[in-house]
Design a protein around this ligand. Structure first.
Ligand SMILES: CC(C)(COP(=O)(O)OP(=O)(O)OC[C@H]1O[C@@H](n2cnc3c(N)ncnc32)[C@H](O)[C@@H]1OP(=O)(O)O)[C@@H](O)C(=O)NCCC(=O)NCCS
Length: 165
């Protein structure tokens, strides 16, 4: 699918909220957190950076990441979301690769992703695992009883080293 990756603007706020909610995976509180992070970012807070995937003017997905406070070279991928109707067609991979590419210019050495152990997150975990993310830790019952925190990490420099001639 051809799409363009561009910055997000205030005009995309409602669509970002809808996209995030419509995945059916996130609690309402989490949806509001995504919107708040966009507000912070648009307000000039460099701790939260966004990129959107667009088909024309229509926002189809986005990623949000930022430097992990108190670390040297560690970054959190806070959000990656693709329109439910457009999942499985490569957009998430494009967004993830864009984030990784941008981070290599910041001397990033570790990307950290937090997700859930719930069965409905299995495609999400497979998505990360197939893209070089390694399960680094789990915290049992973190989100709720039976819903563990699963932490994946990746050194984004690895892909570059492999791609070098
Ligand atoms: C996870 C997500 C961002 C991946 O984006 P995507 O555009 O669907 O992913 P791609 O098309 O680039 O890659 C597809 C791969 O991701 C996985 N995948 C995850 N969710 C999928 C879905 N709903 N449909 C198809 N594949 C999915 C599959 O393992 C697939 O593997 P394959 O390449 O071997 O076929 C997207 O599915 C999504 O928004 N999911 C809901 C929100 C979410 O879980 N976000 C991460 C929170 S931690």
């Amino acid at each position: 699918m051809s799409c363009s990756l561009r910055p997000l603007r205030h005009a995309h706020r409602a669509r970002l909220e809808q996209l995030t909610r419509d995945t059916g995976l996130f609690r309402e509180e989490e949806v509001q957190t995504a919107v708040e992070l966009l507000d912070e970012s648009l307000g000039g807070d460099d701790d939260y950076q966004f990129v959107g995937a667009f088909d024309g003017d229509r926002l189809l997905g986005y990623a949000c990441w930022g430097p992990t406070p108190g670390t040297a070279g560690t970054w959190d991928l806070y959000w990656i979301v693709v329109d439910r109707e457009r999942q499985g067609r490569g957009l998430g991979t494009e967004l993830l690769e864009e984030v990784e590419q941008r981070l290599t210019t910041h001397d990033a050495r570790l990307i950290v992703v937090e997700t859930s152990s719930r069965p409905d997150y299995e495609p999400t975990r497979k998505f990360y695992e197939a893209r070089g993310y390694t399960k680094a830790a789990t915290i049992a019952d973190y989100y709720a009883p039976g819903d563990d925190l699963v932490i994946y990490t990746k050194d984004p420099r690895g892909d570059l080293a492999r791609a070098a001639p």
